[in-house]
Write a protein that binds this ligand. Structure first.
Ligand code: F0G
Length: 459
């Protein structure tokens, strides 16, 4: 097979600034070993997130110029609404300024003390919005999703038996919604199968519980279904997406991912009463119902991006480029989550740095080593992000110590990805020299954003 090439030409470029290893050592120390505190200009390849970092197409930029900034009923809203309806088939489309704003609205309305929301894996902002309402979030990921190095086609699936058990235990009346995250970001960007969505629907019908989809990466998930699930290879991505949404009562969406937009999101649903309640809250917190915190030009960019993201040459290149990086690393023996996810490669820091104990944050140590070696910015998804303390102040570690390298859409070329692989392999080859870190300052909530650390002293 021939090389799968980037299905675009580059019309406008942004410079990357080069730094030396010595400079990066100083930058890292100044940022207290927390790459969230490194100025973006000092990063060579920024794989911190795939959110809001996409390159927009010339059609999207043309849309920006067409943006209708009318307060009410702007023509940009109707294009946006049409585009979302075409994909989801849902009736009520509510724009928000990003995904978590959609979450805030729906969970404020449906959440509250004594309520439970069940998911394959809730993303952190989703869980935070659920908990902020007083409700509880419960993850019930399938067994195969819990082991990074055992490949399986749909490691994002919900565990249907456990789902039923939890519903029986908590009582259907206390469960306002089951929400499936596609692809499963916190579980390695792994897809959910159509069969699993159908089975979840069946159980939701049985217990009369609405089913929602966290649709941030719906196109990547739909493409995985096309590639891996029996009966879908001849269906188009829009057909698969439409079927997938047809099993749901609603969805939340961050347009910063699979809509190629730098900002934006929405809520979509079929229940007219729920839509009225959401819109009433929207007007207080986000804006009028036809702009919801976005400029008309953003709505245009999203309307166009949502259709472009389903083009198969793009998805083939997208999924392939993550797999390409993953394969290079596997060939060099680097431990990582397998198979490759849709938007990111997740290194298994516990196996990468077995000499660093979890309370010296092997994930964060690896994040810092990748920056120092090659100016690559990644993010720890492990005990720094999720760790809690027990009564005696001892760290309760997270289940896995991962480092996520999230690839922005249409931004980097194959040689950038080759460089990333070279840097990781270089760090892997001298992994024994890497030291652990200790925390010097931390916030009580979401500490990873602002935490300060220093290298562990040797005695
Ligand atoms: N749901 C999922 C699955 C996400 O990955 C994100 C964001 C959100 C909801 C919230 O959307 O950022 O627009 O408010 N994920 C980003 C990331 C931040 O880096 O994975 P948002």
């Amino acid at each position: 097979m021939k090389t799968i090439i980037e299905p675009f030409r580059i019309k406008s470029v942004e410079p990357i600034y080069f730094t030396t290893k010595e400079e990066r050592k100083k930058i890292l120390a100044k940022a207290d070993y927390n790459p969230f505190c490194i100025p973006a200009k000092d990063v060579l390849i920024d794989l911190l997130t795939d959110s809001g970092t996409s390159a927009m197409s010339s059609s999207q930029w043309a849309g920006i110029m067409l943006g209708d900034e009318s307060y009410a009923g702007s023509s940009s809203f109707f294009k946006f609404e049409d585009s979302v309806k075409k994909i989801t088939g849902m009736q009520y489309i509510i724009p928000t300024h990003q995904g978590r704003a959609a979450e805030k609205i729906i969970f404020t309305i449906l959440g509250g003390k004594g309520k439970y929301f069940i998911s394959n894996t809730l993303f952190d902002t989703t869980r935070a919005n659920i908990e902020f309402s007083g409700a509880e979030g419960i993850d019930c990921l399938c067994e195969e999703g819990k082991y990074p190095n055992i490949p399986a086609p749909f490691k994002g699936n919900i565990d249907i038996d456990v789902l039923r058990k939890i519903i029986d235990e908590k009582g259907a009346a206390n469960i306002p919604m089951v929400i499936i995250t596609i692809t499963n970001n916190s579980g390695g960007g792994q897809p959910v199968s159509m069969q699993n969505i159908k089975d979840t629907r069946r159980i939701c019908n049985e217990y009369k519980i609405p089913l929602f989809i966290d649709a941030c990466r719906f196109a990547e998930n739909a493409y995985f279904i096309k590639l891996r699930e029996k009966g879908y290879s001849n269906k188009s991505v829009p057909e698969i997406a439409r079927e997938l949404f047809s099993y749901a009562d609603g969805c939340t969406m961050s347009a910063k991912k699979d809509a190629f937009a730098n900002i934006g999101g929405f809520l979509a649903m079929n229940d007219p009463d729920l839509a009225v309640r959401c819109r009433n809250l929207l007007v207080i917190t986000e804006g009028f119902t036809t702009y919801g915190g976005l400029a008309g030009r953003d709505l245009e960019a999203i309307a166009v991006g949502l259709q472009e993201v389903m083009e198969e040459p793009y998805l083939q290149y997208r999924i392939r480029s993550i797999e390409y990086l993953s394969n290079k690393l596997i060939a060099a023996g680097v431990p990582l989550m397998q198979p490759a996810g849709g938007h990111a490669v997740y290194l298994d820091a516990k196996s990468f740095l077995p000499h660093i104990p979890v309370d010296q944050y092997p994930g964060q140590s690896l994040v810092c080593a990748l920056y120092e070696e090659g100016g690559i910015r990644s993010v720890e998804i492990g005990s720094l992000m999720f760790g809690k303390y027990d009564d005696k102040g001892k760290l309760i570690p997270s289940q896995m110590e991962l480092v996520r390298l999230a690839v922005p859409r249409r931004v980097y070329t194959q040689s950038h990805i080759d460089y990333v692989a070279e840097v990781i392999i270089e760090v892997f080859n001298r992994r024994n020299e890497i030291k652990g870190l200790q925390i010097t300052e931390e916030a009580p909530l979401l500490r990873h954003f602002t935490v300060k650390l220093k290298p562990v002293q040797e005695y």
